[in-house]
Design a protein around this ligand. Structure first.
Ligand SMILES: Cc1ncc(COP(=O)(O)O)c(C=O)c1O
Length: 374
């Protein structure tokens, strides 16, 4: 019988998740470095699941900057940027991001998720059509849903299909793509994407959330591009941002609802992010990226990003393998539908510069024991 009262509706909906063997709960860990332990049992584990690609969540200068910001400004911002939430640390971070990303200006959001919603819903208002890659992240999908423009999904990285979609629309279109896809770790062909957009006057929005190593392609000089990024992954803090021409950034400040109607980032998060970007943009950052490159090559030589998917197909197999690795103290999550298409369940290995050779050897050994070839 279909429930009609809210307790019944919630219970039935949760039962459906349980029946699909998809119930999940957060687990606590005792620390943020790859070598940590499960709080409940104390079991030591090496994590290959974090997006802390350069290990900056634990960097002494980043931690010190967060502590100083708390001493200077307190814990929360207390309000939205446009009311009384803005502190010098926010404005300095925007300037730092703009210099780092070689953009005219930057705008901060409280997460990368909010940045995608804000940019896509705002600019989408004026788009004749929004074209979105079929493997784009959930925050892009939700941004398209909020935008008041028709959205067309094109097959993964299919530039011919994209050109056809743009060709069918009257007026300026908009194209949105991850630059590194979050579940496959492959790169969008940003050179071609920007060429297609430039040829049809479309605005290109690139989500660089997982772009930690340089992308080998450059953008077409006549393409209008906005870039979205996160401070919660390689930057090791919390927050999101958009970069691009100043007019677009000023428009976001005045029209993006996820910028206007939510508090400014906690000063400690903004200060940590600025300190982390200083590290990334220094010889030490170059060294960390070299180390990350070497670590990726150790698991899968030449792979384009720190996200290494090991496709196993069936959901049960992905879960069983993840459990088998877990029993050996190696944490690799199983990713299943609806996050990825049916039949492509996988182990999602993420590699960090903070992993040691011993960590990588342990992963390789555990995968072999589980009968998996990376
Ligand atoms: C591709 C992509 N874009 C955006 C986001 C959202 O960023 P944030 O974690 O800062 O909310 C994520 C996070 O998982 C992501 O993978």
């Amino acid at each position: 019988m279909t429930a009609t009262d809210w307790d019944g509706i919630a219970a039935a909906a949760l039962d459906a998740v349980v029946d699909a063997n998809q119930l999940r709960r957060p687990r606590d860990f005792d620390g943020g470095s790859p070598r940590t332990s499960l709080s409940e049992t104390g079991q030591p584990v090496v994590s290959f699941a974090s997006n802390d690609y350069l290990g900056l969540t634990q960097h002494p200068a980043v931690r010190a900057a967060a502590r100083t910001a708390i001493d200077d400004y307190g814990t929360g911002s207390g309000s939205a940027r446009l009311i009384v939430g803005s502190r010098p640390v926010h404005s300095r971070l925007e300037e730092r991001i703009a210099t780092w990303r070689e953009a005219e200006a930057a705008v901060l959001f409280t997460t990368g998720y909010a940045a995608n919603l804000g940019v896509i819903a705002t600019m989408g208002r004026w788009a004749s059509v929004i074209c979105s890659d079929e493997l784009n992240h959930a925050s892009i999908i939700d941004g398209c849903r909020l935008a008041r423009a028709p959205t067309r999904v094109y097959p993964h990285c299919d530039m011919g299909a994209l050109a056809d979609l743009l060709g069918c629309s009257e007026g300026p279109g908009m194209v949105v793509s991850d630059s590194v896809f979050s579940m496959d770790g492959d790169l969008a062909p940003i050179g071609e994407l920007s060429e297609v957009c430039a040829g049809r006057g479309a605005l290109l929005v690139l989500d660089d959330a997982h772009l930690v190593l340089d992308h080998p392609e450059s953008l077409h000089p006549h393409c209008r591009v906005l870039r979205v990024g996160t401070l919660s992954k390689a930057v090791g803090a919390l927050g999101g941002f958009a970069t691009g021409p100043r007019t677009f950034m000023d428009l976001l400040v005045n029209a993006a609802r996820t910028y206007i109607y939510t508090p400014a980032a906690a000063p400690a998060a903004a200060a940590a992010a600025a300190a982390a970007i200083d590290v990334i943009d220094s010889p030490e950052g170059d060294e960390l990226k070299r180390r990350l490159r070497t670590n990726i090559d150790c698991i899968r030589s030449g792979h384009s990003s720190p996200i290494i998917p090991i496709i196993v197909g069936a959901e049960d197999r992905a879960l069983a393998t993840s459990d088998a690795l877990g029993r050996q103290g190696i944490l690799v999550p199983a990713i299943r539908p609806p996050t990825v298409p049916v039949g492509t369940s996988r182990l999602r290995v993420t590699v960090s510069a903070a992993h040691t050779n011993e960590d990588l050897n342990r992963l390789a050994h555990a995968l072999r024991r589980a009968g998996i070839d990376a």
